[in-house]
Design a protein around this ligand. Structure first.
Ligand code: NAD
Ligand code: IPM
Ligand code: MN
Length: 360
């Protein structure tokens, strides 16, 4: 899962476990990360932040005002668990911390690999890693997530609620370019742009025009287009036709959960919220999973693989490789949590991965 790099020796990592299973999977990812760093004689400085629902309910803190500046100044990367708690129906802490960091750090790429490590993990018949190996590149700073809109006559029978879909020339261009560059870097042959330009005649017309322009700069890469409704159906029917998918914020959110479903579920899916060359944030694709939180059954592998993506981003290629190799071995040997068919608890699955790296 190769990515871009930032250089310097000691890496300073901010750790935000967050809510629900985030608090269970992040310690396991940290355990594995520390072992990989130790094995590779790398130096790492980890700092914990207790932001999330508990803190919000205690004293109202979500993302402190100086946080963004602090991350830019003092950290190389952020490792996050998940945000979301049934006690906070507004999801204020999720909006401020997760979306706040994506927007304020301008992490315009959300890179979400969907790679089938073992054919036992897919609900599809007779598919291997050759068939399901897709990177979903999701625009991460605009679209319907931009928070532009409002209420008129809220709570009355005449209520109007608007939610604007923001698509900027700069925003669309940089994410499409990133997708092609990633394809080039990873020797992937195909990029598929997905939109809904047949219905969204302004915003997604911009995506169409920019895509046509950028694709001509990458003649060696096969560029195609698919409407999002068809794309999701095709991902399930014939995932082998996709190598890189680039799409807007909301569609990328949905396509990456579909992709996760093809390769073992949300427990296994990692993501990187990236601005190349700047402090970036790595997290599992899944949320706080209140249905299984506190039971030591959540799969830590999504968080562990997010830590591997972070290593790659920081230029620790062999550590990233070692972590991914340990995850592949655990799956092969059935040393997994129940969602993947094993019988280990969250902590035991983390221990197994750390021990595997130590023994390698
Ligand atoms: P979810 O990802 O939390 O859970 C969806 C399903 O996947 C559940 O059945 C859950 O048990 C399962 N699952 C999730 N993580 C797992 C893991 N590590 N191991 C095994 N199974 C796992 O999505 P949801 O239920 O729609 O949302 C719950 C809360 O999380 C909401 O508050 C939502 O807003 C939030 N959320 C946060 C993020 C994030 O922080 N990045 C992402 C998605 C959802
Ligand atoms: C994700 C999540 C978030 C999103 C939510 C929690 C706002 O689903 O990271 O995929 O929609 O981006
Ligand atoms: Mn999501």
């Amino acid at each position: 899962m190769a990515e871009t790099t930032r250089s310097s020796s000691v890496k300073r990592i901010a750790v935000i476990p967050g809510d629900g299973v985030g608090k269970e999977v992040v310690p396991e990812a940290v355990k594995v990360l520390k072992e990989a760093a130790r094995a590779g004689s790398r130096e790492i400085l980890l700092t914990d932040f207790d932001w999330g629902a508990d803190r919000y309910l205690r004293d109202g803190t979500t993302l402190p005002p100086d946080a963004v500046e602090m991350f830019r100044r003092d950290y190389d990367a952020i490792l996050l668990g998940a945000l979301g708690d049934p006690r906070v129906p507004s999801n204020q802490q999720g909006a401020d911390i997760l979306l706040g960091l994506r927007f304020k750090l301008d992490l315009y790429v959300n890179a979400r690999p969907c790679v089938l490590f073992d054919e036992r993990l897919t609900p599809l018949k007779g598919r291997t890693e050759q068939d399901v190996n897709i990177w979903v590149i999701r625009e991460n700073t605009e679209g319907l997530y931009a928070g532009v809109g409002g209420f008129f006559k809220k709570g009355s029978p005449d209520e109007i609620a608007t939610q604007e879909d923001i698509n900027t020339r700069k925003g669309v261009e940089r994410i499409i370019r990133y997708a092609f560059d990633l394809a080039r870097r990873q020797s992937r042959r195909r990029v598929c742009m997905s939109d809904k330009s047949n219905a969204l005649a302004y915003g997604h017309d911009l995506w169409q025009r920019v895509f046509k322009e950028i694709r001509s700069e990458y003649p060696e890469i096969e560029a195609s287009h698919m409407y999002i409704d068809n794309l999701l159906m095709q991902m399930v029917r014939a995932p082998n036709q996709f190598e890189v998918i680039v799409t807007c914020n909301l569609f990328g959110d949905i396509a990456s959960d579909v992709g996760a479903g093809l390769v073992g579920g949300l427990g296994l899916a990692p993501s990187g919220n990236i601005h190349p060359g700047r402090v970036s944030l790595f997290e599992p694709v899944h949320g706080s999973a209140p249905d299984i939180a506190g039971k030591n059954i959540a799969n830590p592998m999504g968080a562990v693989l997010a830590a591997a993506m972070m290593c790659d981003y920081l230029g620790w290629t062999s550590e990233a490789y070692a972590i991914e190799a340990a995850v592949r071995a655990a799956i092969r040997e059935n040393k997994t949590t129940v969602d993947l068919g094993g019988s280990l608890g969250t902590c035991q699955a983390g221990d197994w991965l750390a021990n595997r790296i130590a023994a390698a």
